[in-house]
Design a binder for this molecule. Structure first.
Ligand code: GLC
Length: 587
């Protein structure tokens, strides 16, 4: 039996470096801050961190516009401080993966500065340059962040392609020099001992070589307006199809899987590293062992469609989760390992998104329980452990997400909306809401930066109402302590890590019940001896008595968030309280 790899057993925690911990008191997070919080991370009980881009960057897209792939942003520290962080993490048994942005660089990257300097520059062909046609861009492709995907360069009289902001020109991955340079950058960090990479926006790396126009007849603003005004689900679905068609020649194009396989070979030169794709597409698992180790199960979290804007958010429900698991697990190639998440730096916060306004705390606990009991590697996002919520900014000058700035401008200039209305829309679709500084205490600035320092994004004022680490650390019933308890239970329960998944009572809409079954030696199989856990997540405010027809009479209680009268339960009449999270081991 093959032993599971560390990344199959680990719980990952995403650190957004600008907002995690400010070690030097300048209002921006940094590596010294992360070093100071390593004990916190260890005590929380996570096993690995993914750090969003920490490289030098003009911060037009909050670091996803990199101007040097082998250095540390000065505001985050130096390479030496990074090494101390890495070492400190490793000493505590915490693995560290970095964010690798392959599709594009910053327009300030020396490669692009050279590339745009003349048509004959040796780096010209490192990016995607084309002539216009009669004074207009080479085709009608759009940028995912708004406007044409082509930017005219006055000096050299050609257009360059950018799938995201024009400050993020796309690299030309058909050029072997680009591949070499980027693989060298990856090796630079692997040589330092980092444990792998989360790969940004892999679906956009190649474009249709024939550069075929998309054939959607609506303009971008028409589509946006239609979307903002759409009232029915059907109308929304139809518009989403239009978006997909608009971008279809710019995503998932030939070449990307060969590239991922090559990158996998680079990683495999090193011991035990991992690649995680920012894609929901299971094809990036390759044959199960030759492309990426993990790809996010985004369909689980996307109860409302994520693109181009968060259209609607809906509760996570048992039928939704069951259907997702059935489809996802069946779609994985043999040997591939699932990977679940409910939040990251691009999406609304778990607490806000899956709450109902009345039972948000209970639902946040259910969300964590789901992450830690479903089959696969969970990814958590910093701040969710204290129930941080989305912050809606009240002034456009506070926006740091340039996508929201763009939307605001379009809403005013093209749709003719009042600035109040434009602000309401832009604030709703800004990713700033989930990127505010971590709330460490109830002192001013939430203990993120010293009193009086202006932080790069405002601190959510609810730090003063108990949404902070210090207050929750001392409260045994807090969300933070709940996270710690559940993380501990997962670590001590092999079936939750290795076990196969079997749904039970599948027609129930209030609760989600399932088994996780593992073998005694730690490897999983379909059915059999070893540990079997029964998990019931009651996602409703109603109590239930459940009757299971299983090859066991009773369960030994491993975890519940409610007070139960005994440490074992009769499986033919298992009572479950509203919002109860129940984990029992089958006797
Ligand atoms: C990814 C990142 C997002 C970024 C985009 C462009 O989707 O998660 O934050 O804006 O790529 O790099």
């Amino acid at each position: 039996m093959t032993e599971l790899k560390w990344w199959q057993k680990a719980v990952f925690y995403q650190i957004y470096p600008r907002s995690f911990a400010d070690g030097n008191g300048d209002g921006i997070g940094d590596f010294q801050g992360m070093i100071d919080r390593l004990d916190y991370l260890q005590d929380l009980g996570i096993d690995a961190v993914w750090i969003s881009p920490h490289y030098p960057s003009p911060i037009f897209d909050c670091g996803y516009d990199i101007s040097d792939y082998t250095a540390v942003a000065p505001e985050y520290g130096t390479l030496d401080v990074f090494k101390r962080f890495l070492d400190g993490a490793h000493r505590r048994g915490i693995r560290v993966i970095l964010d690798l942005v392959l599709n594009h660089t910053s327009d300030q990257h020396p490669w692009f500065v050279e590339s745009r300097s003349s048509r004959n520059n040796p780096k010209r062909n490192w990016y995607v340059w084309l002539d216009g046609v009669d004074g207009v861009p080479p085709n009608n492709w759009l940028s995912i962040f708004g406007g044409s995907a082509w930017e005219y360069d006055q000096a050299t009289k050609q257009y360059y392609y950018h799938c995201f902001f024009k400050q993020q020109p796309d690299l030309n991955w058909h050029n072997p020099e680009v591949k070499q340079a980027m693989f060298d950058a990856a090796r630079f960090w692997l040589d330092l001992g980092v444990d792998g990479f989360r790969l940004d926006a892999i679906g956009t790396i190649f474009e249709d070589p024939a550069r075929t126009d998309h054939r959607v007849e609506l303009s971008l603003s028409e589509l946006f307006t239609a979307q903002l005004n759409a009232t029915s689900d059907e109308e929304q679905e139809r518009l989403i199809e239009q978006w997909t068609m608009m971008l279809q020649n710019q995503v998932e194009q030939p070449g990307v899987h060969e590239l991922m396989q090559e990158l996998r070979k680079v990683i495999d030169e090193y011991d035990d590293r991992v690649l995680v794709g920012e894609s929901e597409n299971v094809v990036y698992y390759g044959d199960g062992d030759n492309e990426l180790h993990l790809n996010f199960n985004f369909p689980l979290m996307n109860t409302g469609h994520p693109f181009p804007v968060w259209l609607k958010t809906k509760r996570l429900t048992p039928p939704w989760v069951r259907a997702n698991q059935q489809e996802r697990l069946a779609a994985l190639p043999p040997g591939a390992w699932p990977c679940n998440t409910l939040g990251n730096h691009d999406s609304p916060r778990v607490y806000s998104r899956y709450g109902d306004g009345q039972n948000d705390e209970a639902l946040a606990r259910i969300s964590l329980a789901l992450m830690l009991t479903l089959r696969g590697t969970p990814f958590l996002y910093n701040g969710e452990e204290i129930g941080m919520t989305d912050l809606f900014l009240e002034d456009v000058s506070q926006f740091r997400d340039n996508r929201a700035v763009w939307l605001y401008r379009v809403a005013v200039e093209e749709f003719g909306l009042t600035s109040d209305k434009a602000l309401a829309i832009a604030a709703r679709f800004s990713r700033d809401w989930c990127r505010t500084p971590m709330q460490w205490s109830s002192t001013p600035n939430g203990g993120f930066s010293p009193d009086g320092v202006s932080t790069w994004l405002p601190v959510n004022p609810n730090y003063a109402d108990g949404v902070n680490v210090a207050d929750q650390r001392d409260d045994p019933d807090s969300l933070l302590n709940f996270y710690k308890r559940m993380l501990r239970v997962r670590k001590q329960t092999p079936a939750l890590i290795t076990g196969e998944y079997t749904p039970l009572l599948e027609d129930q809409v209030d609760y989600f019940a399932f088994l996780r079954t593992s073998r005694a030696d730690g490897a999983s199989l379909k059915e059999g001896e070893g540990q079997t856990c029964l998990i019931v997540l009651n996602m409703s405010d109603r109590a239930h008595t459940l009757n299971f027809d299983l090859n066991a009479q009773a369960t030994k209680l491993l975890f519940s968030n409610c007070v139960r009268d005994s440490s074992s339960d009769d499986l033919t009449r298992l009572s479950i309280a509203p919002f109860e999270i129940y984990i029992g081991e089958l006797a």
